[in-house]
Structures are given as structure tokens and as C-alpha cells.
Design a protein around this ligand. Structure first.
Ligand code: ZN
Length: 236
């Protein structure tokens, strides 16, 4: 039997049910279709941003409780009918669970900041749809790993970096020998940054420093290097 020829034309992605598209001066302009939504109106034609918004929009979720599942392509499980829908329409078998209580969400977000910071993951993963959909599937549609690097900035990142640094210091203290290296790199503003690495032999980032206007002579580098080390390591 000859297999049917695959049709090229695909149905529009589910997200477009929840986005209004208008054309202003020849440009497509996107808005969240939820009337009470004030955050996503008249935005530029960026499907990923629109999708990210729909996953977070409380106004849209109030109208369509299953919107997150629909948008990321998880078949919606209707009313607790047993073992999910594995196999159905290529389903993942994931089910959509009730929202997380705020204190649990807070804990998940802090762990997420730890994951990013402690494992040296690039912040660009926040913008990856694959990353977000993976988190949504394993969390039952309740957590997308946060959609923006700013959501793990500030206090969350301080707590995460403090915890990671405590691990690093403990590892350095416990080591018999360690090799320390300093290497220069440019940051996004074109300023040079000196990263201080310690090898136990497992390499760990111990700190970093900048010289600013100071001349990068050997004595100056040594002073900045000493200043960048955790005080607890300098004065045991
Ligand atoms: Zn919205």
C-alpha cells in the first residue's frame, strides 16, 4: 500500500487562538486576546515572545484554564479519567496539575537560580522554547523555568551565588594542593575582566576582578587578585 503523501500545509499553532493579529502600517502587530490583559498589547511580530506571554498571562488563564497545556502542545486531560493520554496524538502523557502555592513556586524559582548559577548554564537558556517546554512538561504545566533572566536576578541570584561560593570555599579549604590561574576576558561592555580559577584539579571559578583605570602591571594585578579572594581563604 502506498503511504499517503504528507501534506505540506500545517494547521496554525494552538497559540494563535489566544493572540489577536492586526496590521498597522503594513506591519503585523500582536496582542493578547484576553480583554483584561494589560501587559501584552500592540507588540511586535515575535511568536516566541507571544508564546512566552501566554504561558504567564493570568488574564488569559482565567478565561482558558488549560491555556498553558494547549500552547505547549500537551493534550488536556479532562476531569481525572485515569492514566493520562500517553500515545494519543503523540502525547507526552503529561498532565496539567493545579497551580503551585506561592511558597512552593518561590522554592522552585530559587532552585532554578541555583541550577543556572551553580552549573554555569548560559542565561540565554531562558529564551529557549525547548528549555521552557521541557520544564512545563515535567512540572505538569506549572513552571516554565521562568521566562526572563531578570526573574532570577537580585536577591535570588545573590542567594544562589552565596550558596555556590560556600561550596567552592569548602572545596578549596579541603584540598591539599590547588593551582590558581588568572585569565583575562572581555565582558559585554568591552571591559576586561580577570577570572580567577582554582584547580583542585576540578576547576572552579573563585572570583573575578576588574582593573578599571589602574594599569595592569604585575604588582597591581597581584593586589587586585588578592582583593578578589574570599577573605575566609586569606585569613584562615
Ligand atoms: Zn495576556
Amino acid at each position: 500500500m502506498v503511504p499517503p503523501v504528507l501534506r505540506k500545509k500545517r494547521a496554525p499553532a494552538p497559540m494563535w487562538k489566544y493572540i489577536e493579529v492586526t496590521v498597522v502600517d503594513g506591519q503585523r502587530v500582536l496582542s493578547c486576546a484576553a480583554p483584561l490583559c494589560t501587559q501584552y498589547k500592540g507588540k511586535s511580530d515575535n511568536a516566541s515572545r507571544a508564546k512566552e506571554h501566554l504561558l504567564e498571562c493570568a488574564a488569559a488563564r482565567a478565561l482558558h484554564p488549560d491555556i498553558r497545556a494547549d500552547v505547549i502542545g500537551i493534550p488536556v486531560r479532562v476531569g481525572g479519567t485515569g492514566a493520562g493520554g500517553a500515545g494519543l496524538h503523540g502525547s507526552t502523557g503529561a498532565e496539567i496539575l493545579p497551580p503551585l502555592p506561592p511558597y512552593v513556586l518561590n522554592d522552585w524559582e530559587q532552585r532554578f537560580a541555583m541550577l543556572i548559577f551553580g552549573c554555569g548554564l548560559p542565561f540565554s537558556v531562558f529564551h529557549s522554547p525547548e528549555w521552557r517546554s521541557m520544564f512545563l512538561v515535567i512540572s505538569g504545566g506549572r513552571f516554565s523555568g521562568r521566562g526572563d533572566p531578570r526573574t532570577v536576578g537580585g536577591a535570588r541570584l545573590d542567594a544562589a551565588s552565596g550558596e555556590v561560593m560556600a561550596h567552592v570555599e569548602a572545596a578549596v579549604r579541603g584540598a591539599d594542593t590547588a593551582a590558581v590561574t588568572v585569565d583575562g576576558a572581555g565582558d559585554v561592555n568591552g571591559k576586561s575582566t580577570y577570572n580567577v580559577m582554582v584547580c583542585l584539579p576540578k576547576p572552579l571559578l573563585l572570583g573575578s576582578f576588574r582593573m578599571g583605570l589602574t594599569v595592569s602591571s604585575a604588582p597591581n594585578l597581584l593586589l587586585s587578585f588578592r582583593a578578589s579572594l574570599p577573605a575566609s581563604l586569606l585569613y584562615p
